[in-house]
Design a protein around this ligand. Structure first.
Ligand code: LLP
Length: 465
C-alpha cells in the first residue's frame, strides 16, 4: 500500500476517528482527569511523576512498566472513606492486588474485598486483619470456605444454597458463627451510561430477588444456629456513571431488608451496594466525585427506609477501579511507527510499543478505550491520528485504538497510557511468552518496585518438561 505523500498529517480525521475524539489544540497537553495528581509535564516537555522523570524511571526499571502514584491512590482511598463516613468502604482487590497496595488501602482506613485464596493470601501477607476482609465468589472451594471461617473473615458473601449449606457445616464443625451475607441479584444490570432492569438477569451471580430466592436464602441463613445473617449485598456492574442504576438497586435491597428485618429477631448486618463506580479513561468520561455519589445513595436509602418504617442500615460499598485505576499509567517504549493509508488521502499511524494485550487485555476483551501521550518529550509536530498497538501476534492487539499523537513520534520515544491501574496487571497474561511488567510505586520522590518484572526464566521454571 502506498502512503500518501502528506503522510499522517493529512486527511479528514473525522471519518476515521470516533466522534468524541477531537483534534487537540495542543497535542502535548495532559487532561487532568486522566492522570494521577502527581503527574505533570516539565518545562522541558518530559512527563514527571512525583518529581521523577519517565526517562529516569525507564532507565532504572525498564519498559514496559506500570507506574503507580501511591499518594494519589491513598488520596482516593481517603476521599471515598470521607464521603461515606458512616459506611464501610472495601477496596475490591480484584482490580489490582499486591501487598503494598492492600497495605496502603488498609492504612487509609479501608476494608478489603477478596474473592479467591490467592487474593486472600496477599491480603493476609499485607497484614490486613481477617475481620476487615469480605470474601466473595460464586464458586468458592470447600477449602477456601474452611480457611475463611477458620480465619474469622469479617463477612462471607454467599452466592448459592450449596454454599450456605457448606458454610453452615464448616461452622458447626469448627464451633464458630461466621457472618454471612446474601448476594442478591436485584435485576438491574448497569452499563456505562444506561441500565436495563429485567425481571431475571441471565447471569451466574447471586440469588434472584424477583424469584424469591434472595428472601429464601436470607431466611435459611437467619434460621441456622451456626450462621449470622450479616446483611444483603448487590453488585450491579462496572464503569457506571449513572447513579440512578444504584438507586434502583438500593431501593430494591432496602425493601427486602425491611421485610426480613420485620421477621427476624436478631438485628441484621448491613447493606452492601457493591462497586462499579466509573473512572475516566478518555475525554468522554466524566465521573462524579465520591461526595456526590454518597449524597445521592444516602438519600435514596433513607427515603426507602422511611417508607418501610425502619432505621437506615449501615451501608458498605466495594469500589476497585475508581481507587486504583487513575493512580497508574503504563510506560512503554515505541519500537516502530508505520503510517497505513486507509482511504482517500487519510492515513493512520500505527505506533508499536513493547507491551500490548498481555499487560492490558481490556481493549481486546471489552473494546475499552484508552488515551496516550508522548512522554519523553513534547513535540511541535501536528497531531496525527494514531493507534497504539502491542507486540503480540494478533491484529486485535491494540492498546489505544484512537488517539492523536504528534506526527513525529518515533522509535525510542516513551509513551504513557493513563488509567491502567485497574484490571490490567490483575488480568495480565504471558501470551506469546511475554513476561509481565513490573509495578513501580512512586512516593515522596522515591520510586520502588512493588511487583517485580517477570523474566523468561520465571516462565521456564514452570515449564517442567
Ligand atoms: N464488588 C464485586 C462483588 C465485584 O464483582 C466487583 C467487580 C467489584 C466490587 C469492583 O468493581 P469496580 O469498582 O472495580 O468496577 N474486568 C472488568 C471488570 C470486572 C469487574 C468484576 N467485579 C473490567 O476490566 O472492566
Amino acid at each position: 500500500m502506498r502512503i500518501h505523500e502528506a503522510g499522517a498529517m493529512h486527511g479528514d480525521f473525522s471519518a476515521l476517528s470516533p466522534a468524541w475524539l477531537g483534534v487537540p489544540d495542543d497535542v502535548n497537553a495532559l487532561l487532568p482527569q486522566l492522570w494521577a495528581s502527581g503527574v505533570e509535564r516539565s518545562d522541558e516537555g518530559v512527563l514527571h511523576i512525583g518529581g521523577l522523570s519517565v526517562d529516569e524511571l525507564a532507565t532504572e526499571f525498564g519498559t514496559p512498566a506500570y507506574v503507580l502514584d501511591e499518594d494519589d491512590f491513598r488520596a482516593r482511598c481517603r476521599a471515598w472513606a470521607e464521603a461515606f463516613p458512616d459506611a464501610d468502604v472495601y477496596y475490591a482487590s480484584k482490580a489490582f492486588c499486591s501487598k503494598a497496595v492492600l497495605r496502603a488501602a488498609a492504612e487509609e482506613g479501608l476494608m478489603v474485598d477478596v474473592c479467591t485464596a490467592g487474593e486472600l493470601a496477599v491480603a493476609l501477607a499485607a497484614g490486613v486483619e481477617p475481620n476487615r476482609l469480605g470474601y466473595h465468589g460464586n464458586n468458592k472451594s470447600q477449602s477456601e470456605l474452611r480457611r475463611a471461617v477458620e480465619l474469622g473473615v469479617g463477612r462471607i458473601v454467599a452466592d448459592s444454597y450449596t454454599e450456605i449449606e457448606r458454610i453452615g457445616a464448616i461452622a458447626a464443625e469448627l464451633g464458630t458463627r461466621p457472618h454471612v451475607m446474601i448476594r442478591v441479584n436485584v435485576g438491574v444490570e448497569a452499563h456505562t451510561h444506561e441500565y436495563i432492569a429485567t425481571a431475571h438477569e441471565d447471569q451466574k451471580f447471586g440469588f434472584s430477588l424477583a424469584d424469591g430466592d434472595a428472601y429464601e436464602a436470607a431466611r435459611r441463613v437467619a434460621a441456622s444456629p451456626d450462621l449470622y445473617l450479616a446483611g444483603l449485598h448487590s453488585h450491579i456492574g462496572s464503569q457506571i456513571f449513572d447513579t440512578s442504576a444504584f438507586e434502583v438497586s438500593a431501593a430494591r435491597l432496602v425493601r427486602l431488608f425491611a421485610k426480613l428485618q420485620a421477621e427476624i429477631d436478631e438485628p441484621m448486618g448491613d447493606l452492601d451496594l457493591g462497586g462499579g463506580f466509573g473512572m475516566a479513561y478518555t475525554s468522554q468520561d466524566d465521573p462524579q466525585p465520591p461526595s456526590d455519589i454518597a449524597a445521592s445513595l444516602g438519600k435514596i436509602v433513607q427515603a426507602e427506609c422511611d417508607a418501610a418504617g425502619i432505621g437506615a442500615p449501615r451501608l458498605s460499598i466495594e469500589p476497585g477501579r475508581t481507587l486504583i485505576g487513575p493512580a497508574v499509567f503504563t510506560l512503554y517504549e515505541v519500537g516502530t511507527v508505520k503510517p497505513v493509508m486507509l482511504s482517500q488521502g487519510a492515513s493512520r499511524l500505527y505506533v508499536s510499543v513493547d507491551g500490548g494485550m498481555s499487560d492490558n487485555i481490556r481493549p481486546a476483551l471489552y473494546d475499552a478505550s484508552y488515551s496516550a501521550t508522548l512522554a519523553s518529550r513534547s513535540s511541535s509536530a501536528a497531531p496525527a491520528l494514531a493507534r497504539v498497538v502491542g507486540k503480540h501476534c494478533e491484529a486485535g492487539d491494540i492498546v489505544v485504538k484512537d488517539e492523536f499523537l504528534p506526527a513525529d513520534v518515533a522509535p525510542g520515544d516513551l509513551l504513557a497510557v493513563p488509567g491502567t491501574g485497574a484490571y490490567c496487571r490483575s488480568m495480565g497474561s504471558n501470551y506469546n511468552h511475554v513476561p509481565r511488567p513490573p509495578v513501580v510505586a512512586v512516593r515522596g520522590g522515591q520510586a520502588r518496585v512493588i511487583l517485580a518484572r517477570e523474566t523468561v526464566d520465571d516462565l521456564l521454571r514452570l515449564d517442567v518438561g
